[in-house]
Design a protein around this ligand. Sequence first.
Ligand SMILES: O=C(CO)[C@@H](O)[C@H](O)COP(=O)(O)O
Length: 216
Amino acid sequence: MLIAPSLLSCDFSVFRDEIVRIDQGGADIMHLDVMDGHFVPNLTFGAPVIKKLRNATDKPFDVHLMISEPHRYINDFADAGADIISFHTESDSDIDETLRLIEARGVKPALAIKPGTAPEVVLPYLDRLYMVLVMTVEPGFGGQSFMPDMMDKVTFLKKEIGERGLSTLIEVDGGIAKDTIATAAKAGVDICVAGTAVFGAPNAKEAITELRALCG
Ligand SMILES: O=C(CO)[C@@H](O)[C@H](O)COP(=O)(O)O
């Protein structure tokens, strides 16, 4: 299991230091939530901020776009140093064209689905995807409760990935904590995003180590 702390829950007044802290704490991937106050009812940061932070770590930057019209910003996030870009199937973007823009920049493409979205929507694109991001809360805010019924989507997608002989990864995001991560691991999740469970803990390194250990 790869652990991707969500920087949404970090102390933004020391954003760079927080990245260094979780890097040294054993984080596998840096999960960066971009919100526009339109696709989701919250605002965070954009490509210029990510670009300034890129040299804080060598770990991959996993940029989760919770924005409308993501196709307009793919080049900006690629220029900023994103390694993975995920965008939502529910956004007002041409999925095929937006994937093409990501592929053209040599960035790993991912599709994200909200809790109310059926996993079948990603099937036409699965062969092109580095990852599918299955939201286990409604996107927009940290600190919500994990939705265990989303694991049916993980099972469905893992089966399809296996049958097609693909290596597409499954990431889950929202409510991942000590009492929920084993459920995700059992369902076959490859990457767990965790915000509150890492940044809300007294010691981020211990929290990351413990989360990983709970996956068996
Ligand atoms: O993208 C989101 C929320 O939209 C997530 O990345 C959350 O930030 C996860 O936070 P926790 O549920 O782990 O606190």
